[in-house]
Design a binder for this molecule. Structure first.
Ligand code: HEM
Length: 492
């Protein structure tokens, strides 16, 4: 009986003859985030390699090592573009938008977008749109649910909120999805379903150890690729209409100017197809990240009344210290939100444990060696896992698995950021997230305005940790079902 194939590997995975560690990847592909986090935590440098090229499949490295992340995201950035594999997998959904391009194609979009994001007018516009959606839609919806004793799927509500909001920021249109009429009339339901479907199917393409399997399914019009084709048609149909109507308004001199589409279109240099990519990329960036972050946040908070209490106290303290008109306003102002250090810490902490973008993959152009000595071959995938990094004692200490907003605060209670190579939630280096500030404005506004007036109770098994849906962003399996209650005077 030959046992020589049972090599002792750094990742502790049993390697089989011919197929190596492939069976582990196949067996765990539906729970890759959690499985790989466990494996990486056991590796001496929190990095594992796989090479199935002999079988005509992929090779790559997965890491949770901050030094490796810094190397890939910044120091040797030029060697780690998204690469042909990543771009081709997402191309039918995101085209060659900012998320899904490299080189000059990416750089020109990055420059244009950075310029727009840096403008105060953009920030003010976002503050206004968030305020509108909270006051006109979210708070009335919660009041109705409270009055009728109706259970809400908070994840769904947050996705509708984020979609309404990002639609106004990106193309100044209000689909009003968070209203019952909007859902029925404006095609929201179909569009939202298509977006979620497309993202899950893209992720399934990524996860398959047989990297070309989806191409065969697509060629033969098999599931899930048939569903993908329909989803992409729905998304593109919607976005093409938005671009066409903007161009008609432009031709008759009626185009608005605050939204992203107008800002990009005004140069006159982009084709309709490029403008479609701009819109689709920003919708995905804006809808799914903030809604994912807040879904996990509200779930965590439901088991941590102590943290909720601190947030409510902070809201009241900030209200009390701000003067007259602002203190009476339904929504907290930008300056008031900035003062909310504990809330900032609590949201950051919940995203640490449940990062909306749990893993990020790039491809190597040339052979390389990572700082921990791991070899990277030419054309290998290099993936870092923010989810795994959050669960490493070496980075966050022995309480790494615990939700502890205080780890972000100094003695004066002021938020203290950590290195972006340890906290990779917004990525790091030249491709770092451009929407971070806007995302915090939106998330803090929602949490502050909602918790000031309401409290939530989980419906169902409260102790059970919800399943993770493996999509481009981290969704909660089955949604987040909660009952809404008015926050009583006693708590005030
Ligand atoms: C909690 C909210 C958010 C999180 C956690 C987040 C996270 C990330 C991450 C991890 C990346 C890198 C993705 C990759 O390499 O594929 C990224 C990129 C990006 N994000 Fe965000 N994001 C958030 C919200 C937003 C919002 C609201 C916007 C815009 C309205 C936005 C705009 C962008 C853009 C434009 C990029 C592309 C940067 C580039 O490739 O140069 N993000 N974000």
């Amino acid at each position: 009986w030959d046992t020589s194939w049972k090599q002792s590997r750094a990742d502790g995975l049993k390697a089989y003859p011919i197929v190596g560690t492939l069976p582990h990847f196949v067996k765990n592909q539906h729970r890759l985030i959690e499985w790989s986090a466990g494996v990486l935590a056991r590796c001496p440098t929190y990095t594992m390699s796989f090479n199935f090229r002999g079988l005509g499949l992929a090779a790559g490295v997965m890491t949770a090592n901050p030094a490796n992340v810094e190397h890939v995201a910044r120091t040797n950035f030029q060697n780690y573009p998204k690469g042909e594999f990543v771009v081709s997998v997402i191309e039918d959904l995101l085209g060659h938008g900012i998320f899904n391009s490299d080189g000059d194609q990416w750089l020109s979009q990055r420059k244009a977008a950075s310029y727009e994001f840096s403008k105060r007018s953009m920030r003010n516009f976002v503050v206004r749109t968030v305020r509108f959606e909270i006051v006109e839609r979210l708070l009335p919806l919660l009041s109705r649910a409270e009055r009728d004793g109706r259970t809400l799927d908070v994840q769904h509500v947050l996705e509708l909120f984020a979609f309404d909001n990002i639609s106004r920021v990106v193309f100044d249109e209000d689909p009003a999805c968070l209203t019952e009429e909007g859902m029925a009339v404006n095609g929201c339901a179909a569009f939202m379903r298509a977006l979620s479907d497309a993202q899950s199917i893209v992720m399934a393409r990524f996860m398959s150890p047989v990297k070309w399997a989806w191409r065969v399914q697509k060629l033969l019009d098999m599931e899930p690729e048939r569903r993908m084709r329909d989803a992409v048609a729905t998304i593109h149909g919607y976005v093409d209409r938005v671009v066409r109507e903007r161009s008609e308004r432009g031709a008759s001199g009626l185009a608005r100017k605050d939204d992203f589409l107008s800002r990009f279109a005004s140069s006159g240099e982009l084709s309709d197809e490029s403008l479609r990519d701009v819109v689709t990329n920003f919708i995905v960036a804006g809808r799914d990240t903030t809604s994912s972050a807040l879904t996990w946040f509200f779930w965590i908070l439901s088991g941590r009344p102590d943290a909720e209490d601190k947030i409510v106290r902070e809201i009241r303290a900030v209200r009390a210290s701000s003067s007259g008109i602002i203190a009476d306003a339904a929504v907290l102002g930008y300056e008031e939100l900035r003062e909310m250090q504990y809330l900032h810490a609590a949201i950051s902490e919940s995203m640490r444990l449940y990062p909306p973008v749990a893993m990020d993959t790039h491809c190597s152009l040339r052979e390389d060696t990572l700082p921990d000595g791991t070899f990277v071959g030419e054309g290998w995938q290099v993936t870092y896992s923010a989810y795994a990094m959050a669960r490493l004692e070496e980075i966050w200490g022995p309480d790494c698995e615990e939700f502890r907003p205080e780890r972000w605060l100094d003695e004066e209670g002021v938020f203290r950021p950590v290195s972006m190579f340890k906290y990779t939630v917004f990525h790091a280096g030249p491709r770092m997230c451009l929407g971070k500030e806007l995302a915090y404005i939106q998330m803090k506004s929602i949490v502050a305005c909602v918790l000031e007036r309401f409290s939530f109770r989980l419906v169902g098994d409260q102790k059970k940790k919800p399943g993770l849906v493996f999509s481009l962003t981290l969704r909660m399996e089955g949604g987040l079902h909660m009952q809404v209650k008015k926050r009583g005077a006693l708590n005030r």
